[in-house]
Design a protein around this ligand. Structure first.
Ligand SMILES: O=C(O)c1ccccc1N[C@@H]1O[C@H](COP(=O)(O)O)[C@@H](O)[C@H]1O
Length: 217
């Protein structure tokens, strides 16, 4: 007999200790810290270290980068000790593997060359060393836009026999996440804009409601 796996939840782009506390209280599996200077959710190394110290055991910390220099990523690894790296830019497989840590590769679904199920799967397979594949929408910038994409484009990825854990992202909200989970059956969902009250500021109510919707899906 098999049992249905629960869908894991990562809340990304935390900037304040009280938001970390709210996310942990709500029962998240992972939190994300953004090290992309152009993001409204970007954190400094010292800010990130403080946030990291507010995370209890058994909740993962993910460090998100967009085309960062190798020494910047290494500084985060050394000073913040994230559990997993998450790459959202144009990073190539050898760069992602070079840090000797588990990494999540994000794909911008609908971007030129990633706009059909077959082309998306081909690109994913280049990142066979990734611990999970994350699917975000294509929009100006590199992510965290609050926009969703057509889940049909994931049809080949989710049915590929060699597929690894799929993380669904891109414009998820309390109103949409349950239907999105039923459509894609991902390993995990990743949300940022949908649980904010203002750019970079999380809402404890929205986080709690989001977790409830995921549990009910
Ligand atoms: O959060 C950001 O500012 C960000 C910046 C650059 C790349 C990715 C970013 N966030 C990630 O984007 C997706 C979707 O976020 P949203 O829910 O649509 O706002 C998610 O994986 C975030 O971790």
């Amino acid at each position: 007999m098999t049992t249905a796996q629960r869908t894991r939840v990562k809340v990304c782009g935390l900037t304040r200790p009280e938001d970390v506390e709210a996310a942990v209280q709500a029962g998240v599996d992972a939190i994300g810290l953004v090290f992309y200077p152009s993001s409204k959710r970007a954190v400094s190394l010292s800010q990130a270290s403080r946030l990291r110290n507010a995370v209890p055991p058994f909740v993962s910390v993910t460090a998100l980068f967009v085309n960062a220099a190798v020494d910047q990523v290494q500084a985060v690894i050394d000073q913040v000790a994230p559990d997993v790296l998450q790459f959202h830019g144009d990073e190539q497989p050898d760069y992602c593997e070079g840090f000797g840590k588990r990494y999540i590769r994000a794909f911008r679904v609908g971007a030129p060359g990633l706009d059909t199920p077959a082309s998306l799967l081909d690109e994913c397979r280049r990142y066979a060393s990734a611990t999970a594949w994350l699917f975000d929408s294509y929009s100006a910038g590199y992510g965290g836009s609050g926009h969703a994409f057509d889940a049909q484009l994931l049809s080949k990825v989710s049915s590929a026999t060699d597929s690894r854990p799929v993380i669904l992202a891109g414009g998820l909200t309390v109103a949409t996440v349950a239907d999105s989970i039923r459509a894609v059956r991902p390993y995990a969902v990743d949300v940022s804009s949908g649980v904010e009250s203002a750019p970079g500021i999380k809402s404890s109510e929205k986080i709690a409601a989001f977790l409830q919707s995921v549990a009910a899906a």
